[in-house]
Ligand binder design. Structure first.
Ligand code: ADP
Length: 263
């Protein structure tokens, strides 16, 4: 089954075309990682998939249904979004923020049940923020806040998780924990994970499919060992790289080559 289908998606801001007739499918239960240089259109693409931004042209289908035909509650039952950063305007506690994930599932009165609280606790445990439960979001470090947003999305119990650079502020142990968690959600619960990442080596180890965006177009899409090759990455990122095979599993591993090593 196809979780997300994108056809001829085009988005411009003013006269600048940021996404140019993009077409791709994400199969249900895949770990799908989007990479590409700054400004290539990754966040715009993810925002279009969440429905936060409406597409100027083209079609997006989510779980077999046109994105435009979903009401916000029905869409939030299918899709959870972890943005790159959130403005914290109110001093919500971590528990309150994580519980917001339950909003699309609450009854008419909008009151959380003991089961909702249990799901929030579980989401906080697996993202290692249970010790922060009563702290205010605006007092946390960037990495802690990032884990709170991931917990909120998990608490939402979606079929599809869309994450915009969710590991960018995380230390190595928490990066591994979040990537392993996404893999478990995929393997044990069939959840489709679509993630933007600049961590090419994490993409190599975890992704089923890698999509490379370059200047608003798809430069390449395929399994990590097909996509993460020196020629393509050097062309897209415009820098010098070396790609070898990792001794942990048999994955491509990408290294930057500093200028002083170039002849
Ligand atoms: P990426 O996530 O790959 O870094 P973005 O999707 O954030 O790229 O941005 C792609 C391009 O679109 C950038 O040049 C950015 O400045 C521009 N852009 C994004 N959002 C807006 C907006 N709301 N208004 C005008 N330009 C925008």
């Amino acid at each position: 089954m196809t979780a997300i289908s994108v056809e001829n998606l085009t988005q411009s801001f003013g006269r600048r075309t940021v996404l140019d007739r993009i077409c791709f499918d994400v199969a249900a239960g895949q770990f799908f990682i989007i990479i590409g240089p700054n400004g290539s259109g990754k966040t715009t693409l993810l925002k279009l998939l969440t429905g936060l931004l409406s597409a100027q042209d083209g079609d997006i289908t989510v779980m077999g249904r046109c994105l435009k035909d979903y009401n916000p509650r029905a869409l939030a039952q299918q899709v959870a979004y972890v943005p790159q950063n959130v403005l914290v305007e109110f001093p919500f506690s971590v528990t309150e923020v994580v519980l917001m994930g339950r909003a699309p599932h609450l009854g008419m009165l909008g009151v959380e049940t003991p089961e909702d609280l249990e799901l929030a606790q579980e989401a906080m445990m697996i993202t290692d923020i249970i010790h922060l439960a009563d702290r205010r979001l605006d007092e946390l470090s960037g990495g802690e806040r990032q884990r709170v947003l991931i917990a909120r999305a998990i608490c939402q119990r979606p079929r599809i998780l869309l994450l915009d650079e969710p590991t960018s502020a995380l230390d190595l142990a928490h990066q591994a924990r979040i990537m392993d968690l996404m893999e478990t959600l995929k393997n044990d619960h069939g959840i489709t994970v679509v993630m933007i990442s600049h961590e090419l080596n994490l993409a190599a180890m975890y992704a089923d499919q890698v999509l490379v965006l370059s200047r608003g177009q798809i430069a390449c899409m395929g399994a990590p060992d097909q996509v993460l090759n020196k020629e393509l990455l050097e062309r897209v990122y415009e820098c010098n790289l070396m790609v070898d095979m990792s001794s942990v599993g048999n994955y491509p591993r990408v290294h930057l080559v500093p200028k002083r090593f170039l002849r």
